[in-house]
Design a protein around this ligand. Structure first.
Ligand code: HEM
Length: 274
């Protein structure tokens, strides 16, 4: 009995390790938010800027399928996908800021509802584009995109359900998974950039996106971030110091990869269109 009670009480060293873990996740989050702001800026500046100048044609220089001249469901899907892309990229990180969670509860609730709704639109419009207009790149890319969309939908549903059921710990865990799944397309660009930074080229990549690297990235851009997230969530709950240290080290590693990926993605994908 005494042993059980003392095991539950965190020691000074386990509290210290918990603090290190919290700091590690916050550093990763800050780097990720900077990278997502850059992605959002690109969406606003390129797509928003050319729409305001009435130069929608320049969207087709970047998009794989692009817009067609007639009014069609395909165009509606693409335009809504792009408009909501900017909203979801900005809205997600706000949900994790503690000051907003505690001092602006109404904002947190409404932004959360909008985030879940926009995730639904993004996933459904993405699925529509792939199934009706065809895959972007290879069939492997389509499979990766569909996996990404399915995981977004599952995580969004669970995040919302747990909030409604007032199971706040589970709600927070599903929100982390949802944020990582929603960031899948952003991670894809980072992964591509990272590969080029490491190899000074793109071995395993083909123009048709069916090389071994392309197949790996199609699967990994959603699953690897979720695995890192799971490591963190389990370590946070665990009382084992070694598990917390392993998660902390993996988070610092993820921060370095994320920072390099963001710089490379900006150079390869975002800056050339601005
Ligand atoms: C939820 C977060 C998402 C964001 C922020 C996002 C963002 C974007 C952006 C900005 C583009 C334009 C390409 C570019 O300029 O880089 C795009 C295109 C595209 N997205 Fe997404 N996307 C998301 C989710 C998805 C999902 C889940 C799918 C798949 C089911 C998907 C499928 C597509 C497709 C197929 C295109 C290409 C359209 C074309 O080239 O004609 N997206 N997305």
């Amino acid at each position: 009995m005494i042993g059980a009670i003392s095991a539950e009480r965190p020691t000074a060293s386990s509290r210290r390790v918990q603090t290190w873990l919290t700091i590690a996740v916050r550093i990763w989050f800050v780097v990720a938010v900077i990278g997502q702001l850059m992605f959002a800026y690109y969406i606003f500046a390129f797509y928003g800027g050319s729409a305001m100048r009435n130069e929608l044609g320049s969207w087709n220089e970047v998009l794989f399928h692009g817009l067609t001249k007639e009014i069609s469901m395909g165009n509606v899907a693409i335009v809504s996908h792009i408009v909501f892309a900017a909203i979801i990229t900005l809205g997600g990180p706000l949900q994790f800021i503690k000051a907003i969670q505690s001092r602006a509860k109404g904002f947190h609730r409404w932004n959360g509802r909008i985030y879940v709704f926009v995730a639904l639109i993004m996933s459904l419009s993405g699925i529509y584009i792939i199934l009706v207009k065809g895959p972007v790149g290879s069939i492997y890319m389509a499979a990766g995109n569909l996996l990404n969309a399915s995981l977004i939908l599952v995580c969004a549903w669970m995040t919302w359900r747990r909030a409604v059921q007032r199971q706040m710990q589970a709600h927070r865990q599903w929100a982390v998974r949802m944020f990582l799944a929603v960031s899948g397309v952003w991670f894809f660009r980072l992964g591509f950039g990272l590969w080029i930074a490491i190899h000074q080229g793109a071995p395993g990549h083909t123009d048709a996106f069916d090389g071994p690297f392309d197949i790996g990235l199609a699967l990994a851009h959603t699953t690897v971030p979720l695995l890192f997230g799971e490591l963190y969530l389990r370590a946070k709950r665990s009382s084992r110091t070694v598990q917390k240290i392993a998660a902390m080290v993996s988070l610092h590693f993820a921060t370095i990869l994320t920072a390099i990926g963001v710089v490379m993605a900006a150079i390869i994908f975002w800056l050339p269109s601005l």
